[in-house]
Design a protein around this ligand. Sequence first.
Ligand SMILES: Cc1cc2nc3c(=O)[nH]c(=O)nc-3n(C[C@H](O)[C@H](O)[C@H](O)COP(=O)(O)OP(=O)(O)OC[C@H]3O[C@@H](n4cnc5c(N)ncnc54)[C@H](O)[C@@H]3O)c2cc1C
Length: 500
Amino acid sequence: MNDAAILSRPAPVKTEHFDVLIAGAGISGVGGAYHLTQQCPDKSFVVLEAQESFGGTWLTHKYPGIRSDSDLHTFGYRFKPWKGVPIATAAEIRSYMGEVIEENDLARHIRYQHRITAASWSSQENLWTIDAVRVDTGEPLRFTANFLWMCQGYYRHEQGYTPEWPGMEAYKGRIVHPQTWPTDLDYTGKTVLVIGSGATAATVVPAMAADCAHVTMLQRSPTYFRSGRNAIELAEQLRELQVEETWIHEIVRRKILHDQALFTKRTFDEPETVRDELIGAIRAQLGDDYDVDTHFTPKYRPWRQRLAFVPDGDLFKGIASGKASVVTDEIERFTEAGVLLKSGRELQADIIVTATGFNLCVLGDIAFSVDGKPLDFGDTVTWRGMMFTGVPNMVWVFGYFRASWTLRADLVGDFVCRMLKHMGDRQARKVEVALRPEDRDMKLLPWIDEENFNPGYMQRGMHLLPKRGDKPEWAHTQDYWNEKDQIPATNLDDAAFVYS
Ligand SMILES: Cc1cc2nc3c(=O)[nH]c(=O)nc-3n(C[C@H](O)[C@H](O)[C@H](O)COP(=O)(O)OP(=O)(O)OC[C@H]3O[C@@H](n4cnc5c(N)ncnc54)[C@H](O)[C@@H]3O)c2cc1C
């Protein structure tokens, strides 16, 4: 259904009320539902999900080879052991989430094909009114909720980001975006050009290399990769010793997080050494004759963009075998047969895959309003990347980029449940974050420091995101290692929280 059709629909007749409404049934929303059932069993709640099933990212993406790029011990929930190899396929992640839903009887709370279109807060009633539409029938639906738990992710699921290149319409082959992978795409024996060199490209290239005639990865500039065996030695040893899976999960999580903390610190303390190590490891896989300087030597500091893990070095094996190759250049324009590069070289391809990223989507393309006034999140200031000034009774789960997203989904889960209980104890119906007197002169900055982390979709959409302050409690610091202690220790009676 298009927007005009949705808007012209009659108003819903029936309104259902819940204490909490969760938007989205991805890893964050399913986690939220679990935490509510465990920590706030007296709260009624519903999960509204636009797609036909759970999984979010792991349902949307269906491109060849689709897999996680962080380990599943930390991308998995802290409460459910991960028993497989660390880098998992989308199907394995969905199966794990399916078990969480089944084991905790969460299915009865989730409504699929329910797209939220509007959310309006009324201070008179201390309630959110949520308008949704049944994606399959177009039926308008209305809900009210005391609290909104936004687990709708950070990018638009319906469509990925494809830059406009001159001459695209002239190209006679097929252009495909990994986010909307066509089920009928047969690439057997075809020449394929993949534009981009992020985690998605690094997955698609080796996955397609096996069946296509040749696959070329075209990048404007190189990316850092780490590679290694898709296994965690410590987990293997503990299994051999027949240690219980819950213990293995906890011990391996601690080990991974410890190692990651050391590695992240090193990327700041000695970026040159880390850079040399990362590039040296790739050189060792591709051989001295390969032009690593041109194709695998990024210009930015390690971890300024997400660092992708290449399990078992499959991307480099594909390159070494000659089935895959890398070109570092810029597109001048598309041609009938492929693309013409700025260097004058033409790359011909039967299929072009645009692994060019996402469209940032702030809070699910939902028309938010507070007391009848349309809400622009760009005008708000964030408390820890979770709550926003002027937006009552709402929390957004925005995970980590340098650590697994789910680590934060679990932290936010505990925070929301604690907040709901605290509101009950105080008999408060409304909580809002507000700058304290000591914050009045605080410098307001964009959501994330460009120096710290700067992927393209963030840069394109920064103006849409809430502002941050220059104090950790008024920013999403992307620092799990501090937040894991700070968030649980938050004083909910601090003046930053205003109750009524
Ligand atoms: C290909 C890919 C690989 C990734 N790999 C990793 C990784 O290995 N490790 C890592 O930490 N992170 C990874 N990420 C980031 C990843 O998106 C998150 O880790 C995580 O899956 C996000 O979970 P989520 O539940 O918060 O959001 P999502 O997975 O985005 O799910 C949000 C859900 O909300 C629904 N929704 C959105 N708007 C509405 C609406 N208006 N009404 C109703 N429903 C709505 C969507 O349909 C979707 O199902 C990856 C991202 C991508 C795209």
